[in-house]
Design a protein around this ligand. Structure first.
Ligand code: M6R
Length: 595
C-alpha cells in the first residue's frame, strides 16, 4: 500500500510528481505529501484526502528540479496531516517517504527518544527518519548511514530519502516492498510501479530486496546492504500511457468491466493456436507432472482460484487445493509428493502471497505465478510466470483480472484434459454473452435501485460453481457499496445463517448449473418463506421466465465468467446510487503490499 514517486532532472519536479501520484493513488488515498528541494532547502507539503487537495496546496510553489511524493494508506496512525509523509528528522537533516511496515520501530524509537530525538507523528516512518539522521551525524556519509539503517530496521520498506546536505541527490532503499528506478535522458526517477513514471520513461531498472540507490539526474548507482556496487541493465516496459487513461468512462471500474470480452479474446490469441494451447512447454510439463496443484491467492484472485480448482478437477481429474495467502504463509499443510504451487495475483505484489511463496521456496518446491504485471515481485520470485494480458487494472475492485484469471485457468484445465473442449468456440461464446450482459446494464441498474441499494445487508447464494461466483459477487458488493454482503453455499444457509433473514433482506441467487439448479431454487423458497427479497440471476438453459436477469448460454463450466459480470454491474450501480467513490473505496488500496 502507499505509493512513492521521486524525480530529479531538468523538468519541473512538481508536475511530474503530482501526475505520478495521481496514477499511484490506487495504492492508498487517505492522505498525501510532497517534498521539493528549492535553493538547497527541503520544503515539505502534506494534505489529508486525495491528490487533488495536495495539488491545490502546492500550486504556487516555485519550480523545483528534485523532489519526491507519497500517497498514503494508513498503517501506523490515523489519516491526519501529522501522520502523512514525507517525515522529517528532528534536526531537519533527513526527509523521507515510506511504504511498508517497520516491525521493530518501537524499540528503535525508545533508543532515539533517550538520545533526545523528538517525534511528532504516530508513524513507524518517522523512526527511520530519525535513525538515519543519527547514523548520518555519526558518519557524515549518507551511503554509510543508509547501510547502518538497513542493518538496524526489520520489516518491509520502500524508502525515498532526501538529505539536506546533498540536496541534488535522491536516495532509495528497498526490502519486501515494490520499488523501481526509471531511467531518462537528463533525469532519473524512482517509483512504486512503472505506471507512475510511464509518462516520462519506459526504461526501468529493477531493485532487489536489501538494495539501495543513489540517484542523480545523470546516474543511478545500485548498492547491496554492505555497500558493494551492483551493475544491472535497464529493461523496456510495454506499459502504454494510454492504457491508464479513463477515456470516455466515468469510472475505471466500468471501463474495466467493458474491457472483459476483449480480455478473453486477447488471451485466446496469446494462449491458443489452431485449437492447441500455446503455453511454455516447461510450464506445461511442471503442471502435468504434478500429483496435486496448490493454488495460493487472496481476495478476488482466490475466488478465481476456486473456479480454477473446479475446472481442473472436473476436466482433468487432478486434485487442486486452494489456500488463502495470509494463512498459508504461516502454516504449510501436508504436501503431496509432487506438488506445484500456483500463485494467482493481479498485481504480483500482494505481501500475503509473497510470504507464502517464500515459504514454498524455502522447502524447495516449484512455483508458478499467474499475474497481470510482468516483472512484478511474485513473477520475479517464482520459477515460472504466466501473464494475464488484461492491461492495467486501476479500479480497486478487481473485475477484468478475475475474468482473465478464470480464462487462463480454463485454458490450463483444458490442456490438462487433452483439449476436451473447443475453447476457441466456447470462450468466444462467453465474450459474446458478456457483451450481451453489458448491453442490458440498465436492466441491472433497475434491479439495484428497486431491490438492493437501500439495504444494510445482503446475501448471494449458489451451489458448486455458482457458490464460487456468489463469493466473488459478495466481495464486490461489500467492497464498493459498503452493504454488508455474504456469499453462501445455498444449502448451507439453513444451518444457521438463515436466522439473519428478515423482512425484505435481499437474497440474490446465482443459477447456472443444471444439476443443482433446483436445489438453489429450494433455498430461494426457504428464504422467501421468511420474507426475503429474492433476486434470481440465471443462465438461459436453467432459467424460469420470471427470473430477474437471464444470461445467455455458455458452456456450463465457463458460466462463472459471464455470471460474475452481472454481479460486478450490481456492485457498480449500488455504489453509484449511493454516491460512493467507486474506483477508490474507503479503507482499501489496490496493491496490498503489507501483511
Ligand atoms: O493483486 P492481487 O490479485 O494479489 O490482490 C488480491 C486482493 O487484494 C484483491 O483481489 C482484492 O480482493 C480486490 N480488491 C477485490 O476486488
Amino acid at each position: 500500500m502507499c505509493g512513492i514517486v521521486g524525480y530529479t532532472g531538468i523538468k519541473n519536479a512538481k508536475d511530474i510528481i503530482i501526475n505520478g501520484l495521481k496514477t499511484l493513488e490506487y495504492r492508498g488515498y487517505d492522505s498525501s505529501g510532497i517534498a521539493f528541494v528549492n535553493e538547497g532547502k527541503i520544503e515539505v507539503y502534506r494534505e489529508v484526502g486525495r491528490i487533488n487537495a495536495l495539488e491545490q496546496l502546492v500550486k504556487d510553489v516555485q519550480p523545483a528540479h528534485i523532489g519526491m511524493g507519497h500517497t498514503r494508506w494508513a498503517t501506523h496512525g490515523k489519516p491526519a496531516k501529522e501522520n502523512s509523509h514525507p517525515h522529517t528528522s528532528t534536526n531537519r537533516l533527513i526527509t523521507l517517504v515510506h511504504n511498508g511496515v517497520i516491525e521493530n520501530y518501537l524499540e528503535i524509537k525508545n533508543e532515539l527518544l533517550k538520545k533526545g530525538y523528538t517525534f511528532s507523528s504516530e508513524t513507524d516512518t518517522e523512526v527511520v527518519a530519525n535513525l538515519l539522521e543519527d547514523e548520518y551525524k555519526k558518519t557524515k556519509d549518507m551511503k554509510q548511514a543508509i547501510i547502518n539503517m538497513m542493518k538496524r530496521v526489520h520489516g518491509s520498506y520502500a524508502l525515498g530519502i532526501l538529505c539536506a546536505d546533498s540536496s541534488d541527490t535522491l536516495y532509495c532503499a528497498k526490502n519486501k516492498t515494490p520499488m523501481l528506478a526509471g531511467v531518462g535522458e537528463g533525469f532519473n526517477m524512482i517509483g512504486s510501479d512503472a505506471m507512475a513514471m510511464i509518462k516520462e520513461t519506459n526504461k526501468f531498472i529493477e531493485i532487489n530486496d536489501l538494495e539501495f540507490l543513489v540517484v542523480s539526474d545523470k546516474n543511478i548507482e545500485i548498492y547491496d546492504q554492505d555497500g558493494n556496487a551492483i551493475k544491472r541493465d535497464s529493461f523496456t516496459s510495454n506499459v502504454n500511457a494510454n492504457d491508464i487513461s479513463l477515456g470516455t468512462y466515468d469510472h475505471y471500474m466500468l471501463k474495466e468491466i467493458n474491457e472483459q470480452p476483449t480480455v478473453i479474446r486477447t488471451l485466446l490469441k496469446e494462449y491458443l493456436d489452431n485449437g492447441k494451447t500455446k503455453i511454455d512447454s516447461q510450464i506445461l510439463s511442471e503442471i502435468k507432472n504434478a500429483d496435486r496443484l496448490y493454488i495460493v491467492a487472496s481476495g478476488t484472485s482466490m475466488h478465481a482460484g476456486y473456479v480454477g480448482k473446479y475446472l481442473i478437477e472436473e476436466l482433468a481429474s487432478i486434485p487442486v487445493e486452494v489456500h488463502i495467502g495470509s494463512e498459508f504463509g504461516y502454516h504449510l499443510p501436508l504436501i503431496s509428493k509432487k506438488p506445484l504451487f500456483i500463485f494467482i495475483t493481479q498485481s504480483g505484489e500482494t505481501a500475503d502471497s509473497r510470504v507464502a511463496l517464500q515459504l514454498v521456496k524455502k522447502h524447495g518446491y516449484k512455483s508458478l505465478t499467474i499475474t497481470n504485471v510482468a516483472g512484478s515481485t511474485l513473477s520475479r520470485e517464482a520459477d515460472y510466470t504466466l501473464l494475464l494480458h488484461a492491461g492495467p487494472e486501476i479500479a480497486v475492485a478487481s473485475t477484468k483480472a478475475y475474468v482473465a484469471q478464470v480464462t487462463l485457468l480454463a485454458l490450463i484445465a483444458n490442456e490438462l484434459a487433452s483439449n476436451k473442449l473447443d475453447l476457441n468456440l466456447e470462450l468466444s461464446k462467453v465474450a459474446t454473452s458478456i457483451e450481451d450482459i453489458i448491453s442490458r446494464k440498465d436492466q441491472i441498474r433497475k434491479i439495484v435501485t428497486d431491490r438492493i441499494v437501500y439495504s444494510r445487508n445482503a446475501f448471494y447464494i449458489g451451489r458448486n460453481l455458482d457458490y464460487y461466483v456468489a463469493l466473488e459477487a459478495a466481495l464486490k458488493l461489500k467492497e464498493i457499496s459498503y452493504i454488508q454482503t455474504e456469499g453462501f453455499a445455498s444449502g448451507e444457509l439453513k444451518h444457521g445463517t438463515i436466522a439473519l433473514i428478515e423482512d425484505e433482506t435481499p437474497v440474490l441467487a446465482i443459477i447456472s448449473q443444471k444439476h443443482i439448479a433446483l436445489n438453489t431454487r429450494s433455498a430461494i423458497q426457504e428464504v422467501r418463506a421468511r420474507e426475503a427479497m429474492t433476486t434470481i440471476i440465471s443462465m438461459e438453459h436453467v432459467a424460469n421466465d420470471d427470473d430477474n436477469f437471464i444470461v445467455s448460454d455458455t458452456h456450463e463450466l465457463l458460466a462463472p465468467l459471464a455470471m460474475v459480470v452481472v454481479t460486478q454491474l450490481i456492485a457498480y450501480y449500488a455504489a453509484l446510487a449511493k454516491g460512493y467513490d467507486i474506483d477508490k473505496p474507503r479503507n482499501l488500496a489496490k496493491s496490498v503490499t503489507v501483511e
